[in-house]
Design a protein around this ligand. Structure first.
Ligand code: HEM
Length: 405
């Protein structure tokens, strides 16, 4: 193995270390406030988010896997089993324009299998191929590639395809394994001959309000314009395209967003996905009948109350794979009841102020007019603000000028 290869592998290890692995509500709230801060910073300008206001991710060094790992896995597994191609796709070559996402998927899975047991040794265990044979792509540190990975607390194990010709549907199998190892949804973007990045493979199991079938195969700009993302053409498109072309292997970035989502008032104990993480049916109607456009329309929506509104926030990361050059886009979603949010001093006031700062187009995209939750959320937040003003908390908040932002 060459020096250069070793160097690239070390870089990969460091960027993989930035996969999202928070463990508690406190940390989820920290992420949430980061998402809100992100928005508030942009609030002075008319942007939905500051265009490309991404930040470098930093390696996490001590955390365990998220305490929602098993719950997320159950939901993801259920959706893969019941929806198949509706959540996992790997496109073949589009001749003359863009390559298949298959090679990149296999590369991504092997990177994950190298990283996870190093980072979470009590959760993941791997077995390697025998050193006696030759491999087209070795594992990290020059070792033979990973043969199988086991999730110790769940007692399940997966054999990793070595390449795209290793058994039937090797790339789809690899993507499914990757989707079950981590909590993130995964989209692989491949550069086309025209310099644009195409969505050529993805495991989009819990997107909530968009479907892989409406976006797969599209270039970055059409993914966004087909969804009427506000101000995409004038504010985001050019900088995003440049950003994708320049993204370096060792410079992963992250961004956050947020939405509001209504859930059903009460849920059966045994329901797999009572919070509608996979598909926001109470806000957007049945997944199969979804009309791909905003604003969402759901005539039979349950009447929202403070107890049934969730803040849905995503932490997204972008990173380039060293060998294929593909860009991996990861999406980790958090659902936080607004009633829990307002327990954090000062958050209600800031959130209410952020909402009141939305422009009309942003409001329309995020479901303000048709979502039914707008007045409920603002009335609730205002009430919390009044309560905070009437008790000692207001002083605490003033003392914590910078907290938690
Ligand atoms: C620098 C990278 C990116 C930026 C700055 C960005 C920005 C945005 C923004 C502002 C929105 C509106 C919702 C929100 O606030 O998040 C959005 C929606 C979306 N983005 Fe991106 N995006 C990026 C990369 C990607 C990639 C790589 C994909 C690949 C699948 C993607 C897929 C989507 C989809 C499917 C939606 C929903 C569109 C709809 O409503 O139909 N984005 N993006």
């Amino acid at each position: 193995m060459t020096e250069v290869h070793n160097h690239v592998l070390r870089r990969c290890q460091s960027w993989l270390a930035s996969l999202d692995t928070q463990e508690s509500l406190g940390l989820a709230l920290a992420l949430l406030t980061a998402a809100l801060t992100f928005y508030w910073k942009a609030r002075g300008s008319p942007n939905i988010v500051a265009p490309l206001e991404t930040h470098k991710t930093t390696p996490l060094t001590e955390k365990k896997l998220d305490n929602e790992y098993e719950k997320y896995r159950r939901i993801r597994e259920h959706r893969i089993r019941t929806r198949g191609e509706g959540v996992i796709r790997v496109l073949p070559d589009n001749p003359g324009l863009v390559k298949s996402g298959a090679d990149a998927v296999i590369e991504m899975l092997h990177e994950l299998a190298e990283y996870l047991p190093r980072r979470f040794p009590t959760t993941f265990e791997i077995e390697r191929h025998s050193p006696d044979r030759a491999f087209s792509h070795p594992g990290w540190d020059g070792m033979p590639p990973v043969k199988s990975i086991r999730i110790l607390p769940l007692g399940c194990s997966y054999d990793l395809p070595l390449d795209v010709s290793d058994g039937e549907n090797a790339a789809v199998r690899a993507l499914e394994i990757a989707a079950l190892l981590v909590q993130e949804d995964l989209a692989l973007m491949i550069e086309g001959t025209d310099g644009r990045y195409y969505f050529q493979a993805g495991a989009i199991t819990v997107a909530g309000f968009w479907r892989i079938q409406d976006k797969i195969g599209l270039p970055l700009d059409e993914i966004h314009t087909s969804g009427d993302v506000p101000r995409y053409k004038d504010k985001l498109q050019l900088s995003m395209e440049r950003f994708f072309q320049r993204l370096a292997v060792d410079k992963p970035v992250a961004r956050n967003n947020y939405f509001f989502q209504v859930v059903k008032p009460s849920c059966a104990e045994d329901e797999v996905d009572p919070e509608e993480l996979g598909w926001a049916e109470s806000s957007h109607g049945p997944e199969d009948a979804f009309v791909h456009a905003h604003p969402a329309h759901q005539p039979t929506r349950p009447t929202p109350t403070p107890a049934t509104v969730r803040l849905r926030t995503e932490r997204q990361t972008l990173r380039r794979l060293a060998r294929s050059g593909a860009i991996v886009f990861t999406i980790r979603t958090y659902m936080t009841p607004i009633e829990r949010l307002s327990k954090e001093p000062g958050v209600a006031r800031r959130l209410a102020s952020a909402l009141r700062g939305w422009g009309e187009d942003i409001g329309a995209y995020k479901g303000k007019p048709g979502g039914g939750w707008w007045d409920v959320v603002l009335d609730y937040l205002d009430q919390v603000v009044d309560e905070e003003a009437g008790n000692d908390k207001e002083d605490d908040i003033k003392k914590m000028e910078t907290y938690p932002f």
